[in-house]
Design a protein around this ligand. Structure first.
Ligand SMILES: [Cu+2]
Length: 405
């Protein structure tokens, strides 16, 4: 092969690669069923961002295309062809003034609208409900402080799925127990970092009942990609029912049942990390779990009402089987609440996922939980370790967890 055709070939290859990459990026924008599409706002706050974006993006796009096109034209037209250096001149005041004033005007217009939107999104005076959101490797905890106007008389603690009433201005107070995470439900608002030692505020409001998916958007270590979240919006009546369910007290399984045996396994194996509100040990003493000794973040999900959520482990895995999942996800907005509130029934429980998790959690979700490598993490787990449970114990624990409605 001679040099000329070699150069031609490699140039062709570069062009083909670039075209491939550009094509892939363009096609990625055409997804049909994209629950995390930023351009489909489903609430006030996201709507404000979208309204701003609809003005700014075309202006920025036009300027971008003009600048790139002009640059390419100049690169080609005036490239070095061995010509003489053109006459050198300095300054053209009219051009310079125009080139300063026009961008300044554009930026001022964009800036005014952007600033107004930022101020609107930072407003807290119209807050109707507050939820504390804590990020940690690799799941989100939600704690609802008591607030009687929302019917919450005792604090609620849950994880993965953020349940909110529709048409309500909810204020999230975000923080983190380990590294920086970022909370983002694209259909409801922009993203906000959750930073250890700080509290950042994020407004959320959903127009209609439904599930709004999101994802941690600040790289936070090994399982960052497996750190998801879902906002579940319920009608006000359904939300009240959900709250009532979360405030139900604990019922220990009946003596002599498999679930009762599971409770014992739970007390021995799990309660050193996981809290179940109201659970008592054999002497009738309340068990308050103290995971800070074992887990880097100092917390593990509260399992008091595990079966009221349809996903687990950072909303990564379905706690319900495919049929029940479709029932909830594909429900019409007026039927959604009733379907979600049914929770995880025996028929719906995704035995396969839950058992796999109990058998060996780090095999499902990469975590720094290998006891032989804990030196790296100061002797503490990030995530849930493989507990080496027997199949018999797993049966019992599943029977027990199924009672945590
Ligand atoms: Cu994260």
């Amino acid at each position: 092969m001679d040099t000329v055709s070699h150069v031609k070939n490699s140039r062709r290859r570069i062009v083909a690669t670039l075209a491939g990459v550009a094509g892939t990026i363009a096609l990625a924008g055409c997804a049909q069923n994209a629950p995390q599409d930023t351009f489909v706002p489903k609430g006030d706050n996201a709507q404000k961002i979208d309204t701003l974006q609809k003005v700014v993006f075309p202006i920025a796009g036009l300027v971008g295309v003009l600048v790139v096109a002009l640059a390419i034209y100049i690169f080609i037209k005036f490239r070095d062809k061995g010509q003489d250096i053109p006459a050198q001149s300095h300054g053209k005041p009219t051009v310079e003034i125009i080139l300063t004033i026009v961008p300044a005007l554009i930026l001022t217009v964009v800036g005014v609208f952007t600033f107004r939107t930022i101020m609107d999104l930072a407003k807290t005076t119209d807050t109707q409900m507050v939820i504390n959101v804590t990020g940690q490797q690799w799941w989100w905890e939600y704690d609802y402080p008591a607030q009687t106007d929302q019917g919450i008389t005792q604090p609620i603690i849950t994880s993965g799925q953020l349940v909110i009433p529709v048409g309500t201005n909810v204020l999230l107070r975000e923080t983190s127990r380990d590294v920086i995470h970022s909370y983002w439900i694209p259909a409801l608002n922009g993203k906000k970092d959750a930073v250890p030692g700080r509290i950042h505020l994020l407004r959320l409001q959903a127009d209609k009942p439904g599930i709004y998916a999101g994802q941690c958007t600040e790289f936070c270590g090994l399982s960052h990609a497996n750190m998801r979240m879902e906002a579940i919006a319920l009608s006000k009546e359904d939300f009240a029912k959900w709250v009532a369910g979360q405030q139900k007290g604990y019922t220990s399984p009946d003596e002599g049942t498999k679930a009762k045996e599971g409770e014992t396994v739970f007390i021995n194996q799990c309660s050193r990390c996981h809290q179940v509100n109201g659970i008592k040990d054999a002497n009738g003493k309340a068990i308050i779990s103290a995971p800070d000794e074992n887990v880097y973040a100092g917390a593990a999900p509260n399992l008091s009402h595990l079966m009221s959520r349809t996903t687990f482990a950072g909303a990564m895995f379905d706690l319900v089987n495919q049929k029940c999942r479709d029932d909830v996800w594909k429900a019409k907005s007026d039927e959604f609440g009733a379907k979600y509130l049914t929770g995880v029934t025996t028929d719906c429980l995704n035995q396969k996922n839950l058992r796999a998790w109990l058998r060996n959690a780090p095999a499902m979700k990469p975590m720094y939980s290998d006891p032989t490598k804990l030196a790296k993490t100061g002797g503490k787990y990030r995530g849930m370790p493989n507990l080496g449970l027997s199949e018999d114990d797993i049966d019992k624990v599943v029977a027990y967890l199924s009672t945590l409605k």
